[in-house]
Design a protein. Structure first.
Length: 291
């Protein structure tokens, strides 16, 4: 007999309850406050739209030094019948070690019986298997510090959304950019535009974090990569992460349907050597008013 979405979501809630009992302290398991209630509402009335996919993060202490490793979890609606999306990260890991750790984690999860809950198993695997990668990362850091110069890559992402209004979403965007040392801007309104620049792994983590669990009308329109033998800070177009709110067209007040003045936005882009991006974002060549 086929397993239903409702049955899968019930199992997901049971697993979350188990994880909350394992990680009861504040900051150990980070879960959106409406995530569980939205699933519970759906289970009471399964005729409505599916709830957002369940997403949470678990902070783990690894080894005697208690190095912080975070396991990011995103569950498809049909998990555990479908494999979860898992990603382990740590500030103590270089990109290559992090990639190797996650490749090993994915291989282990794929070896488990299909249809079984496996996030708890993934938590234990990360705690038991992260230490060698952390030790290798420390060794490679010491070797790298003895080298004269290494090339660094600046990654810049241009992200387009139909609109950006909600305060909690904007807070998530700014908090995530700050945490990952990214510069750029967020254009609030309709349309919404985000630019982030920094290390590639940080930009990709930002993109992964903000677009889940339920942001449908968003896309990464363009990516730029620039290599330097010095600091990537010398290649940044922005000095911080700016909050852009241009004057809206028409008398819309504070309603959620106002269109931003794209002429002002084009001027902003040109001031930051990015006028060519306007056509990439909107499909038309930008022209400034003569006024």
């Amino acid at each position: 007999m086929a397993v239903t979405v409702k049955e899968c979501l019930e199992l997901q809630l049971l697993e979350v309850e188990m994880l909350l009992s394992m990680f009861p302290k504040r900051g150990e398991l980070i879960l959106d406050e409406d995530a569980v209630p939205s699933i519970q509402r759906y289970l009471r009335n399964a005729d409505g739209a599916l709830p957002p996919r369940l997403e949470y993060r678990i902070a783990l202490d690894v080894g005697e030094a208690k190095v912080k490793v975070e396991l990011q979890v995103l569950l498809p609606h049909m998990y555990p019948q479908v494999a979860p999306e898992l990603f382990a990260r740590s500030d103590a890991l270089h990109r290559q070690q992090q990639l190797q750790l996650n490749t090993r984690l994915a291989s282990h999860i794929s070896s488990l019986d299909s249809g079984d809950l496996c996030v708890c198993e993934a938590v234990q695997w990360v705690k038991d298997n992260s230490l060698p990668f952390l030790e290798n990362s420390k060794t490679s850091s010491e070797c790298a510090s003895e080298e004269v110069r290494v090339k660094e890559m600046l990654h810049r992402m241009w992200i387009y959304s139909h609109h950006i209004y909600r305060q909690e979403l904007r807070k998530k965007i700014f908090d995530c950019a700050k945490k990952l040392n990214l510069t750029g801007f967020c254009l609030t309104g309709k349309p919404g535009v985000i630019c982030v620049e920094g290390l590639q792994e940080n930009c990709e983590e930002f993109w992964r974090d903000i677009r889940y669990p339920n942001w449908k009308h968003i896309s990464c329109k363009h990516v730029e990569n620039m290599e330097t033998e010095g600091s990537i800070d010398n290649l940044r177009l922005f000095h911080g992460f700016e909050d852009l709110q241009f004057q809206a067209h028409g008398d819309y007040g504070l309603r959620n349907d106002y269109h931003m003045d794209l002429g002002q936005f084009l001027e902003f882009l040109k001031q930051h050597q990015s006028g060519h991006i306007f056509q990439i974002l909107f499909g038309v060549e930008g022209r400034l008013s003569d006024n």
